[in-house]
Ligand binder design. Structure first.
Ligand SMILES: Nc1ncnc2c1ncn2[C@@H]1O[C@H](COP(=O)(O)OP(=O)(O)OP(=O)(O)O)[C@@H](O)[C@H]1O
Ligand SMILES: [Mg+2]
Length: 433
């Protein structure tokens, strides 16, 4: 519905009064009006410009007075006229409502006059109808807004989901890489053990044949001598004394590799407690260690990781969400230190809060980047490398935990994120997804 037409809809083409009409004539007109919709009638000059309104109330007062009709009846309508609220028909419903409510006077103005662009009378409307129309429109708008809010929440959930998938993807890639190294040498070692142990089986078989021969009275001297020679050759080939050290070393290395694999798998399980459940007593330092394990692949090389983790009281939080925050901070730091540097992770606590500082010596950020780091989709990374959601989701997670996350950075010097988490949750943890 066009704005103008909705305002025009509210106006009625009431026949205006001429200012020269006497009060008695006006009273007669009012009596003749069958519609009681309007409590007043418009007065318009000969050019069609509205002059004001004559209200039923004003006339009633006159005719209720003793000799009112005789005293006032002949006087012109102008004498009892009140100023009118005048609104241009070009205004939208909202503009008209704003103008009229801004001009309402006591006694409450009930009617308004509608004029065209040149200020000439076009019709009359009631303030009540206008307010009702506004109420309907607001209800419609509210409904649209409610729907937009639902849509927005849905797309936010989807975004959070896709960021989760992206960080899961990063994590899986990192862990796969981490697993690959020990797996590679465990496989090599097992192949070597297989190769090196083969002569031992030959030796065992040759020695068993010699023992059988010695045990067998049917075996002649020549056969014993041959069996003896074969066993001696197998022994020389297998060289079990030299082999023992090699085999022990290989088995030791293999067990070490398997231990690393087991550690990674445990770390992965701890990290990805995908239930996102809230836990009552979490050691924040465990989250740091678990996220570091997962980010290890990205932090390798020329990055030195310094951990200064003080003993912390256990606190209530959703560890998988905190892990997600930390992984993003560590990965951001690694990406800012492509040429190497130092990642300093520090934790401490006071009476009410635990604190975590994650500081890198990377390229840092200029103020215009720093200002926007927590904005969703803000990224300075090339397409495909960053979605720009990491920090905005981290912000929300920490906020939902009743904590705060702050950042300071200087170009060329590095960046420091400071997380504060309350030791006691004031309210139930809100879930971010
Ligand atoms: N430690 C840091 N050093 C320098 N710049 C940083 C650091 N952490 C964040 N930034 C800047 O903030 C931007 C937003 O970070 P955020 O983690 O939200 O998204 P992203 O890392 O670009 O992408 P995503 O995390 O979704 O993969 C980054 O693109 C980068 O410009
Ligand atoms: Mg990031």
């Amino acid at each position: 519905m066009a704005a103008e037409s909705s305002l025009a809809c509210l106006s009625m083409p009431v026949e205006p009064l001429s200012p020269s009409l006497s009060i008695t004539d006006v009273a007669d007109r009012l009596l003749a009006e069958d519609s009681k919709a309007f409590l007043s009638l418009p007065v318009v000059d000969e050019d069609g410009v509205p002059l004001g309104l004559v209200s039923r109330h004003a006339l009633q007062n006159i005719f209720m007075m003793r000799f009112g009709r005789d005293l006032w009846g002949r006087r012109p309508a102008l004498d009892v006229m009140t100023p009118a609220l005048v609104v241009s028909e070009q205004l939208s419903l909202e503009q008209a409502a704003r103008q009229i409510t801004g001009q309402l006077r006591y006694p409450i103005t009930e009617d308004f006059i509608l004029v065209d662009g040149a200020g000439r009378y076009r019709g009359q409307g009631t303030v009540l109808d206008l307010l009702k129309a506004m109420e309907t429109r607001m209800a419609q708008r509210n409904q649209i807004l409610r729907k937009a809010l639902v849509d927005l929440k849905e797309s936010q959930t989807q975004l959070v989901q896709s960021e989760k998938m992206a960080s899961l993807g990063q994590m899986v890639a990192g862990v796969a890489h981490e697993l690959n190294t020990p797996l590679g040498y465990v496989k090599n070692n097992v192949q070597l053990i297989d190769e090196l142990s083969r002569p031992l089986f030959h030796l065992a078989a040759a020695q068993a044949a010699l023992a059988d021969c010695l045990d067998n009275p049917a075996c002649d001297e020549a056969q014993v001598a041959e069996a003896f020679n074969l066993a001696a050759a197998a022994r020389a080939e297998a060289a079990p004394e030299a082999l023992e050290a090699d085999l022990r070393q290989l088995v030791g290395d293999t067990l070490y590799g398997l231990g690393q694999i087991a550690e990674l798998v445990t770390g992965l399980k701890d990290f990805a407690r995908l239930d996102r459940a809230m836990s009552e007593d979490v050691d924040l330092n465990d989250c740091v260690r678990s996220a570091l394990l997962i980010a290890r692949n990205n932090l390798k090389g020329k990055i030195e990781v310094l951990q200064e983790l003080a003993e912390l009281p256990r606190l209530p939080c959703a560890p998988s969400q905190i892990n997600q925050v930390l992984l993003n901070l560590f990965n951001n730091a690694a990406q800012a230190m492509k040429d190497g540097g130092r990642l300093h992770i520090k934790s401490w606590a006071d009476q009410d809060n635990a604190y975590l500082s994650v500081q890198d010596s990377g390229h840092g950020m200029p103020p215009e980047v720093l200002r926007r780091v927590f904005d969703p989709f803000f990224t300075t990374k090339p397409v495909g490398e960053g979605t720009g959601l990491g920090l905005s989701i981290s912000f929300k997670i920490i906020q939902d935990h009743g904590g705060s996350i702050r950042v300071a950075s200087a170009v060329g010097r590095g960046t420091r994120f400071l997380i504060r988490l309350p030791l006691r949750q004031p309210a139930a943890l809100k879930r971010s997804a």
